[in-house]
Design a protein around this ligand. Structure first.
Ligand SMILES: Cc1ncc(COP(=O)(O)O)c(C=O)c1O
Length: 409
């Protein structure tokens, strides 16, 4: 008799599952499929030559730094460069407060390990980033979902929760161009949120992978910068960001900026996970940034993705039936669509796939909700031409879709 492995799985891991939606999305790799499902950057914009040159330079000039084990907190020059960049954004962060992570996804796991005891409440936006929910599930928090609107998190709802005596271990917020809704926390709410956090001593995890990808106006001020402005130092916010959307996700290089009291513990958690982020990737990220690649590459990303967003908004406007609503994000990679009451986006996906177009149904992103009529569309991956064709297909499927007859508008 062999081992019954399902009995041996730890409690926290037992509740993990691969959703039916994921299985459906496996079908989206067919060549004719237009996929708005993944949250992928445009591969044709990857700065592969510059990254190749940086890797070659790293190996030729500093082979030991690129190939040897390195410090858990990250490659010194990269931490310094990020600290100076974050200071330009208004964070008073020393190099010692910057920790390099293997993508922001690892930072989320580290935060779960560090701050979540089984059953501990944590406050999250509703809907929120699926990867955060997945990272934290094994630590078994009690999720406290908070409502959002077109201006981001409803800070008054958070205040009511706190005033009623809830003590979340932290609040998790994707402050700009949120994944999945594309919504950005409004400036006045940012300030109110940091003031509230200070009043209730509530830690905020600010996840900001999309902040630089704005297509209108100026970059939103991170909550971490407002915390520094109000309190003279970083006190309440742990800030996460990543090179995934600005250079390439393949490097797996992200970072955490944290209050000094947390740095040692975060380092200890990371030691147990992977000792350190890949040295070659860190040195390559450092050299490309030091030589100014982001200064000319990020404007190209903004122009290209801004154009794709416009293409998607125009196609939605001209094709979608009455009663379908969507967000108009000013940056990032996603549109969030609300179908009429009673429609089921998972059912719509089944039909859309037969018409060679795919998206992610919204239900995956809710920590706890029976909402079935929302969905997420990605606009960064496909060309404007494909976006026009794909949205036209989706609109045709939506026009034909009538759950139990015509929708009640
Ligand atoms: C909100 C959010 N946080 C974190 C991540 C993970 O990013 P990384 O590639 O740096 O692990 C993503 C990726 O899509 C994201 O959307």
């Amino acid at each position: 008799m062999g081992i019954n492995w399902s009995e041996r799985i730890a409690q926290g891991a037992r509740e993990m599952s691969s959703s039916a939606i994921r299985d459906l999305l496996k079908l989206t790799v067919q060549p004719e499929m237009i996929s708005f499902a993944g949250g992928l950057p445009a591969p044709e914009l990857f700065p592969s030559e510059e990254i190749g040159a940086a890797c070659a330079r790293a190996l030729a000039e500093t082979p030991a730094a690129a190939l040897q084990y390195g410090p858990t907190e990250g490659h010194g020059p990269l931490r310094e460069l990020i600290a100076s960049w974050m200071s330009d954004l208004g964070m008073q962060a020393s190099t010692g407060q910057v920790l390099i992570t293997s993508g922001s996804q690892q930072a989320l796991d580290m935060i779960g390990k560090l701050l979540i005891d089984p059953g501990a409440p944590i406050a999250v936006e509703n809907p929120t980033y699926l990867g955060a929910l997945q990272a934290w599930q094994p630590y078994r928090p009690q999720l406290l979902p908070l409502p959002m609107d077109d201006c981001g998190l409803d800070v008054d709802a958070l205040e009511s929760l706190l005033a009623a005596g809830a003590h979340p271990r932290f609040l998790y917020v994707v402050s700009s161009f949120q994944n999945p809704t594309g919504v950005t926390l409004a400036p006045e709410r940012r300030r109110a949120l940091v003031e509230l956090a200070a009043r209730y001593r509530l830690p905020i995890i600010e996840d900001d992978p999309y902040g630089e990808l704005y297509y209108e106006g100026v970059r939103a001020t991170p909550l971490a910068a407002i915390d520094c402005e109000l309190h003279g130092e970083l006190r309440h916010v742990i800030y996460l960001s990543t090179f995934s959307k600005l250079l390439t996700p393949g490097l797996r290089v992200g970072w955490i900026v944290a209050p000094p009291a947390l740095i040692d513990k975060l380092g200890q958690v990371k030691q147990g996970l992977d000792l350190h982020t890949g040295s070659l990737a860190q040195v390559a990220a450092y050299l490309t940034c030091r030589d100014g690649l982001l200064d000319h590459h990020v404007p190209v990303l903004r122009a290209t993705y801004g154009h794709r967003r416009d293409a998607m908004l125009a196609a939605m406007e001209s094709g979608m039936p009455a009663g379908v609503r969507w967000t108009r994000p000013t940056g990032g990679m996603f549109l969030w669509v609300s179908l009429p009451e009673g429609w089921d986006s998972a059912e719509l996906l089944g039909r859309a796939i037969t018409h060679q177009v795919a998206f992610v149904p919204g239900r995956t992103f809710y920590p706890a909700s029976d909402v079935t009529n929302t969905l997420r569309l990605n606009f960064s991956y496909s060309s404007p031409e494909l976006i026009a064709v794909g949205v036209a297909r989706l609109a045709a499927v939506a026009r034909d879709y009538a759950p139990g007859g015509l929708p009640q508008l």
